[in-house]
Design a protein around this ligand. Sequence first.
Ligand code: ATP
Ligand code: MG
Length: 283
Amino acid sequence: MLRIAIQGKGRLNEETLNLLQEAGVKLSSAKRTLLIPAKTFPAELLFLRDDDIPQAVADGVADVGIVGENEFMEKQKNAEIIKKLGFGKCRLSLAIPKEEDYINLNWFNGKKIASSYPVILSDFLKKNAIKADIHTISGSVEIAPGIGLADAIFDIVSSGSTLMSNHLKEVETVMYSEAVLIGNKSLSKEKEKILNELIFRIDAVQTAEDKKYILLNAPNNVLPDIFNILPGMRSPTVVPLAQEGWSSVHSVIDEKRFWEIIGKLKDLGAEGILVIPIEKMIL
Ligand code: ATP
Ligand code: MG
């Protein structure tokens, strides 16, 4: 049985549960108790505040955990990052009042900076030989300069709209973060095995996420050109159509190149193009 610590409520909760569900780790009960066994996988989910996840994993209270990389770095606990998960993306930045002139980091010398991430911040300041005062607060960091509590802030930024409405501007990005799977450093053989299966499944979900399955009809004489555009996993599947001289081509394409590929296929004379999401993909 593998115990997975995840955020009980908050920004990472829903996407974490979705990812686990797509990996076949489904909850046996909708009731949110602290610990819920999975129905279809030898695991149980432990719902915690994100602050407590690194410690729980380091101590072996949980075997693995899903938490923001920022939170993991801040807590400095003895666990390891197994895998980046691609959601919960944000950055930790320094921001100062909008009207201030800013040239470089020296602006922060002798200033007071409010933050919920004092460890990451002091590490950054030390590396850059800046001497500033860190004022640790656990929430509403962005209002600190406005009420005279600090000269600047160091906080999570995603769109920047919170900064703007508090008359602040972002001047330095210190780290980029996303949700990560972290693990205890000494798992038993049995747990290691379950974890490997979980990682295999998460990989399959992630690989599928940015791929699409594509089907199209095309005249046989343009097939070589179409194969050049559609690499497929190995090579495209080609099935003859009832109509003489035409074939149906099936392949897998990158979501990122989607519009470019579709445009080229149309130009070559492809018809009846179908694009279908892929749920899982095992390479
Ligand atoms: P908890 O009650 O579990 O302690 P919290 O209030 O500390 O929750 P949340 O606001 O739910 O934390 O954020 C959890 C994590 O989500 C952050 O640590 C960060 O990694 C990530 N995140 C992604 N985008 C954002 C954002 N725009 N604002 C805040 N956090 C974000
Ligand atoms: Mg928290």
